[in-house]
Ligand binder design. Structure first.
Ligand code: KG4
Ligand code: ZN
Length: 399
């Protein structure tokens, strides 16, 4: 049995959790979410129309200690000191957190007030993501590891999305749970990772081994949702907003007299491109008067266009690599219509692969995905040296 703290700060969610897990990934694997705390900065970034890295960094620094405290409390692991408190082990923190003065200020009283929880390791996102944001999480993790003398695990955020989608989550909508397991599925799997920064097709033949088989050549799917939302005067993040309008358009049977070309659908590869689609939306909007009706029409056609391309290219990858499972992860996988299209495509082909999607509440960034992936690596003795741990903005999944 292992208890592991997960820390996620790669973009605009600050998240900390405590997960308890046992067994190797397989039928005997069990995990419990003991404590889980998350704060989204989306509303704050909305005024800039996207994530503003230095603002994200400041907010992470402000929120990490309160979130850790909340997660530990939920887990019953927030306890006062047993004996007299000494600040001596905290001295090296000053140099470790030289560039995070705000975090240092919050951490010192925290360490003096609470004793080391019964935890075995600290897992933190090392990339991909916004480097200033990643660094805060990493330095926070290093500080915890140093003071509590715990090993560190560096987690690839995209692997986190995959691993999370492979789990059962009977606890949702509750945040904590006991005795969850892996979903039943078979390798090889194709993972469609769709988020604000990524659109990737990944092939995996076993846990921990990944091959990138396709990616976007320009904008990510989530980025396209966010940019088109901006063209439609909708707030950030645009995905849920567009999805809301598109759903309304379908319900009310509102459809425009235009279509957008499905980008790269006929190309003989597994790559994507969404920047031309955004341009097509912009050109259309320039030629017409913006009305609520037009917004509904554009949202619907745009969402259907993205869903078509994602579903058809994914299906082609499943067929080419004889995959038995399709794993979907990343913020855009919260999109109901895209999920439905993927399910429908698989069904039309006689359910050639089992579809695994995360509950919508865990499709966007969270710390549970980081703790679970960290557990997998910790089990294999794959720990990170504190001094060598770096934020890598463009960290790849297949290295
Ligand atoms: O995985 P994620 O939380 O953060 C990154 O790692 O990027 O994904 C965020 C992205 C944003 O672009 C957001 O607009 C998009 O996911 N998103 C959606 C939906 N919910 C979030 N896109 C389409 N439909 C949704 N329902
Ligand atoms: Zn993500």
């Amino acid at each position: 049995m292992m208890k592991i703290i997960g820390i996620e700060t790669s973009c605009d969610e600050t998240a900390v959790c405590l997960v308890e897990a046992q067994g190797e990934f397989g039928p005997d694997f069990r995990y419990s979410v003991r404590g889980n705390a998350l704060l989204s900065q989306a509303a704050l970034h909305a005024q800039y129309g996207g994530v503003f890295p230095n603002l994200a960094k400041r907010e992470h620094a402000k929120n990490l200690v309160p979130l850790l405290q909340k997660a530990l409390e939920e887990a019953g692991e927030l306890k006062g000191p047993e004996g007299p408190v000494s600040g001596a082990p905290l001295v090296p923190l000053k140099s470790l957190l030289e560039r995070e003065p705000e975090l240092l200020k919050a951490l010192i009283p925290f360490f003096l007030k609470f004793r080391k929880p019964a935890v075995d390791a600290i897992a933190v996102t090392a990339g991909p993501g916004l480097e200033p944001a990643l660094w805060v999480g990493i330095n926070f993790a290093r500080a915890l590891a140093q003071v509590w003398r715990l090993p560190l695990v560096a987690v690839n955020h995209m692997e986190g999305h995959i691993i999370l989608s492979l789990m059962e989550h009977t606890h949702i909508p509750k945040s904590v749970s006991t005795s969850e397991r892996l979903s039943s599925f078979e390798f090889p799997l194709i993972a469609l990772l769709i988020s604000g920064g990524h659109t990737e097709l990944v092939l995996s033949k076993k846990f921990g081994e990944y091959e990138l088989v396709g990616a976007t050549r320009d904008d990510a799917a989530g980025e396209a949702f966010d940019k088109v939302a901006r063209l439609l005067d909708l707030p950030y993040p645009g995905g849920p907003e567009i999805s809301r309008l598109a759903t309304e358009a379908r319900e009310r049977n509102i459809k425009g007299d235009f279509t957008f070309t499905r980008p790269m659908l006929r190309d003989d590869n597994f790559d994507f491109s969404f920047s031309g689609l955004k341009t097509a939306v912009r050109k259309l909007l320039e030629s017409r008067e913006m009305t609520d009706e037009l917004k509904l029409q554009v949202a619907r056609e745009f969402e259907e266009c993205v869903a078509d391309v994602l579903a058809q290219k994914t299906l082609r990858a499943i067929e080419s690599f004889d995959a038995n499972s399709l794993v979907v992860g990343g913020g855009v996988s919260a999109n109901t219509f895209i999920r439905q299209q993927l399910a429908k495509c698989l069904e039309d082909e006689g359910n050639i692969a089992k579809l695994l999607v995360p509950p919508a509440a865990l499709a966007t960034d969270n710390a549970i995905m980081i703790a679970l992936t960290g557990y997998f690596h910790a089990q294999r003795g794959d720990f990170a040296e504190s001094d060598a741990l770096r934020a890598v903005g463009n960290l790849k999944i297949d290295m």
